[in-house]
Design a protein around this ligand. Structure first.
Ligand code: FMN
Length: 284
């Protein structure tokens, strides 16, 4: 499935990618009211990744329900709405609005965005706050709940456990790693803010390690995310314990990279006599 924020609301890609072949669509993070995001520049390509400082620009939950959900409802592919907020109550309100919306199959709670001043990452770096936001969203919806974790922590397992105790049905591991880049000639940061979030191949080993740690410590499904751009990358995450994977930055280089990965996994299974991914999941 696509990683949130790299595939719009799914609808933008429908003419380019056979969206119905994907495991699910994950939307850009939705907030209570539309957010404008951060000052430009918001993207900087590094030697093996991308720094972004989008700042959760989005159309807001009401517009998503009004304009996008009717399209999602016509698809057979499940749509997972990624949600964010400045406060626990904002998360709960967004979740409540999305509950029972036709076309929305699950929520992914972003408690790990490094690009907003207030909220998001604050909730994902402290077990008590991760627990509070998860419990509030859990109380606001009957939809399946995925909590998306940050790598910018000293002990990701403690945050994972707190989210599960508060009602998470699954986890997504990981969001971007905080980073920056400097234009030496102009003596300025490359992004409009002093820091952004690093994604792409550069973060794959970190993500893989965290997925391995979390998947072996918890009993709920873990969605692996971070630097996946090839079939082999995806299989590494599955062998590390991921139930499913998300692809983000790789889509910017090739809109159809997810389809190539799905076909590659099918080919790997055929060539290696694997009839069900559970035969290789978490074998390490
Ligand atoms: C431009 C951009 C925007 C993103 N927006 C969101 C977002 O709105 N919500 C979220 O949970 N993660 C967001 N992310 C993080 C990705 O979903 C993903 O966790 C991260 O990029 C690592 O995966 P990748 O290396 O495959 O890109 C964004 C990433 C990028 C590059």
């Amino acid at each position: 499935m696509p990683a949130s924020g790299t595939f719009g609301y799914g609808t933008e890609y429908a003419d380019l990618v056979a969206v119905e072949r994907l495991g699910a669509i994950v939307t850009k993070g939705l907030t209570l009211i539309p957010w404008e995001g951060n000052p430009q520049p918001r993207l900087w390509e590094t030697s093996s990744g991308v720094l972004n400082s989008i700042g959760l620009e989005n159309i807001g939950v009401e517009a998503a329900i009004r304009e996008r959900a009717p399209v999602w409802a016509t698809w057979t592919v499940p749509v997972i709405a990624n949600i964010a907020g400045h406060t626990v109550d904002e998360y709960a309100q967004v979740a409540r609005q999305l509950d029972e919306v036709e076309g929305v199959s699950a929520l992914e709670v972003n408690i790990s965005c490094p690009n907003v001043e207030k909220g998001s990452l604050e909730f994902g770096t402290n077990p008590e706050m991760a627990s509070q936001v998860t419990a509030a969203v859990r109380a606001a919806t009957s939809l399946p709940l995925i909590v998306k974790l940050s790598p910018n922590v000293s002990d990701i397992v403690s945050i994972a456990s707190a989210a599960i105790s508060a009602g998470a049905d699954a986890l997504c591991v990981i969001n971007t790693l905080r980073g920056t880049a400097i234009d030496v000639g102009r003596r300025r940061f490359r992004l409009g803010r002093p820091a952004g979030g690093l994604s792409g191949p550069a973060i794959k080993p970190v993500a893989l390690h965290m997925v391995h740690r979390v998947a072996h410590a918890v009993k709920v499904p873990v969605i692996g995310c971070g630097g996946i751009s090839t079939t082999e990358d995806a299989l590494e995450f599955i062998m590390a314990g991921a139930t499913a994977v998300q692809v983000g930055t790789a889509t910017f280089g090739d809109a159809n990279s997810m389809i190539a990965i799905i076909e590659g996994i099918e080919g790997f299974m055929r060539c290696n006599g694997v009839t069900d991914l559970s035969e290789i999941r978490g074998i390490l």
